[in-house]
Ligand binder design. Structure first.
Ligand SMILES: Cc1ncc(COP(=O)(O)O)c(C=O)c1O
Length: 349
């Protein structure tokens, strides 16, 4: 229906993007650093993943890979699952999300409320739940026709969504005038889209990948990781051979400290990977004086109340006590004390 003169979004998917870029004046102790945060939690599905979810579905619709009645099948236990549940519901497409027992119950509830069918794998395959989930996705694709697998870990529409949206918005808001961009990595879709946009325009900004200790990206060694959405247990197709200006690794506890410091100093609840990004900047802050830095913060702390913001969870999973966290939050950051901005360019093997 034509609604001439009426402003606003035509449907919920049009509300994706144009998230706030917020100047943080309190988070760092070094006032000479101009720090901006891109609050991706303000997307309607609650995370940066709304962007690639919409892009992958709309591209598949445009090129006929999805037609009426096609079942969309994806393996995700977090933000991508929610973004896809939203986009599929909007277009009236059946959506099956394959999850494992580690999925956050709240995320499953959100997906179900958006009409998704949840397929829970019960046992790991070759020791890995990820392998079990991918195996199940392939089985379902064979069984259900027509069906479509967005496969965020290999789909070029994933980085493209950030190239067309996230970084374009940041670049426009700051007129291209910034020195560092800090981005958490998993599929590497967000950081690739941002890097490509900046390089195409000849911008000076250095692009810093914030990855988890225990992630296999960028030559890392596999290990236990407890923060959802950050890092990868195997190098996804999308990440092979990708290079960024700098790679910094954070532990689970660094993410916790970053989240709690952000809540205490800026009154903003951010999710675990965002805490890791912020703690990285905090650690490097003395080397960033005079620079303008941008942090992309993927989601909100409201989905981490039972983990990052729960003292019981933090003690159980990291061994750190609330008093210690308080000290790290207030004092010189001890968690990444050897970090330096002179590290070499790193690539995924
Ligand atoms: C909370 C959170 N942070 C960071 C990322 C990493 O984004 P990307 O997959 O684009 O590398 C994700 C991806 O799922 C995420 O959910």
């Amino acid at each position: 229906m034509a609604t001439s003169g009426v402003t606003g979004c035509d449907g919920i998917l049009e509300a994706i993007g144009e998230t706030p870029l917020v100047r943080l004046r309190r988070f760092l102790d070094v006032p000479e650093v101009a720090l901006f945060a891109k609050l991706e939690a303000c997307n309607p599905g609650g995370s940066a993943k709304d962007r690639p979810a919409r892009q992958m579905i709309e591209h598949a619709l445009d090129c006929g890979e999805i037609e009426e009645g096609t079942t969309v099948i994806e393996s995700s236990s977090g933000n991508m699952g929610i973004g896809l549940a939203q986009a599929c519901r909007y277009y009236g497409l059946p959506f099956i999300c394959v999850v494992d027992p580690n999925a956050q119950p709240q995320n499953i509830q959100i997906m179900k409320a958006l009409g998704a069918q949840i397929e829970m794998v019960q046992k790991p395959l070759d020791g890995s739940y990820l392998s079990a989930r991918w195996h199940r996705v392939r089985e379902l694709l064979r069984k259900i026709k027509p069906s479509f697998w967005p496969n965020q870990y290999a789909n070029q529409q994933n980085p493209l969504a950030h190239q067309l949206g996230t970084i374009r918005e940041i670049d426009h808001a700051l007129s291209g005038d910034f020195d560092y961009l800090f981005v958490a990595t998993s599929s590497t879709g967000t950081i690739q889209g941002c890097r490509d946009y900046l390089r195409q325009r000849g911008r000076r900004a250095k692009v810093v990948a914030v990855d988890a200790v225990g992630s296999m990206l960028f030559g890392g060694t596999a290990g236990t990781r407890k923060i959802p959405g950050l890092g990868a247990g195997r190098v996804p197709q999308l990440a092979v051979g990708q290079e960024f200006d700098l790679v910094q690794r954070v532990r689970d506890i660094d993410c916790v400290i970053g989240c709690r410091r952000m809540a205490a100093r800026e009154a903003i609840l951010v999710g675990g990977s965002a805490g890791g990004v912020l703690q990285t900047i905090h650690t490097l802050s003395s080397q960033l004086a005079g620079k303008t830095c941008v942090a992309i913060l993927h989601d909100s702390g409201t989905r981490y109340l039972d983990t990052v913001f729960s003292d019981e969870w933090v003690i159980r999973e990291t061994g750190y006590l609330p008093q210690e966290i308080q000290e790290y939050m207030n004092d010189r950051p001890l968690s990444l004390s050897n970090a330096t901005l002179s590290q070499e360019v790193a690539a995924s093997p």
